[in-house]
Design a protein around this ligand. Structure first.
Ligand code: SF4
Ligand code: SF4
Length: 413
């Protein structure tokens, strides 16, 4: 296992982090706890020392299972990363209450890396006005958290604003060879690293779109490489090739994939890809873009939309859906990010056809008509799905309140 250093603290983290958002499941759809615990411990035995979870993963089960997996001496070997869900915070006291609950669930007295979950510009400003920066200061001072950070899925200018707003130790961004100019992108990665933040990477394989089953034309390109590597290995090596990257999170749930990732994480030094290998990945990127429905580069010149549409975000989810129309991941991503499930609505259906965006697009995309297409293709189930997911989140909060009523556990003032 290779390790990289957190610039502000000197902490040495494994370049492969275990993402606990896709733990193995049982036939009934719950987490296969025994198998998940074995996998987590196997990864730690292989050198992984960074484990990432969140209250929303597996509807709360991810933190519980991780807490159990780290019993028996494993906790002392690793850093835990978990997150504050801004959509469950309505007042300052909620922040302490949620963090204290997480410490109990994870069976620990401190969180090593604590993130504000899935920030965009508006959610950060709301949280800041509720006192989240003072909360982070307090939690660091009293030892409940060691390092403060945030995860991000918004626009580059908002990312820079958040980076500059606090003395963060780290951040977490979506990054892979298709997302160089999407969300924070390469510019955001370099911006954060230049400010001394460790940068953790999520979605290095675009939720699996760049691994496993790939479109036929992509497979032929990979097969033509002199060195034989799986699409997953190519994708991970591309991210690790960047010296600004600290940890790459992989949502692992298959023993063979864990072993493959552990092997690659022992070899993937920064700037270790050859010029020919980078060129091959560039050709694969071009082919993915050809296959995709909309040639949006994610540059953001069309933003902001006066009607609140996240134009590049909607196109990114639409393209993910177009590559593999039989998967539900693209539609779920679209609904969760743009349907108002985690923050304000930003879906294509909000478009009022004003045409402002089209004048700004360097790709000359017919954005207003594409918005109609995206809305038609992606929003069929949104009216039902969003209330159902919101209901599930409400139940999670409610169950927590009932548990506290039974156990006598008090929320912090
Ligand atoms: S055409 Fe639609 S997407 Fe474009 S700026 Fe106007 S409302 Fe927003
Ligand atoms: S300006 Fe065009 S290419 Fe850039 S993000 Fe907007 S739609 Fe995509």
């Amino acid at each position: 296992m290779l390790y990289r250093t957190v610039p502000k603290t000197g902490d040495k983290l494994s370049i492969l982090g275990f993402g606990c958002m896709r733990l193995p499941s049982t036939r009934a759809g719950g987490v296969d706890e025994e198998r998940a615990i074995c996998q987590i411990r196997h990864a730690i035995d292989g050198g992984v020392n960074y484990l990432d979870t969140a209250p929303v993963y597996h509807l709360g089960r991810s933190e519980q299972v991780l807490g159990k997996a780290l019993a028996g001496g494993y906790r002392e070997k690793v850093r835990i990363a978990t997150k504050l869900p801004h959509w469950s915070v309505f007042e300052r006291a909620d922040m302490d209450r949620i963090l204290d609950g997480q410490l109990k669930t994870l069976q620990t007295d401190h969180i090593d890396y604590y993130l504000l979950h899935s920030l965009a510009g508006s959610s950060f400003r709301i949280m800041r006005d509720l006192g989240v920066l003072e909360f982070l200061d307090t939690a660091k001072k009293d030892g409940r958290i060691r390092n403060a950070g945030f995860s991000f899925h918004g626009r580059l200018e908002d990312f820079k604003e958040i980076v500059d707003a606090y003395d963060w130790q780290f951040c977490q961004i979506q990054y892979n060879y298709l997302d160089e100019t999407n969300q924070a992108g390469t510019v955001g990665l370099q911006y954060a690293a230049a400010k001394g933040l460790a940068v953790m990477i999520m979605e290095p394989l675009r939720g699996g779109n760049l691994a496993g089953r790939v479109p036929e034309t992509i497979r032929k390109l990979w097969d033509g490489a002199p060195v034989k590597r799986s699409p997953a290995e190519w994708g991970l090596r591309w991210v690790w090739d960047h010296p600004e990257v600290t940890v790459v999170l992989s949502g692992m749930n298959d023993e063979a994939h864990i072993d493959e990732n552990l092997r690659v994480a022992g070899e993937a030094l920064p700037e270790s890809l050859t010029p020919d290998e980078r060129a091959l990945i560039g050709r694969v990127r071009d082919e993915y873009r050809r296959l995709m429905k909309v040639s949006c580069t994610g540059c953001g010149y069309c933003m902001p939309c006066p009607s609140g549409v996240d134009i590049p975000g909607c196109f990114a989810s639409y393209n993910a859906h177009a590559l593999f129309p039989h998967d539900r991941a693209g539609k779920f991503q679209y609904i969760s990010r743009h349907g108002g499930l985690m923050g304000e609505k930003s879906n294509a259906g909000l478009c009022r056809q004003c045409g402002k965006c089209q004048k700004a697009c360097p790709q000359h995309l017919p954005i207003p008509s594409l918005m109609k297409e995206v809305s038609r293709e992606m929003e069929g189930m949104m009216g039902v799905a969003v209330p159902v997911f919101k209901g599930a989140l409400w139940c999670m909060n409610k169950v927590g309140r009932v548990r506290r009523a039974i156990t006598g556990e008090k929320p912090h003032a």
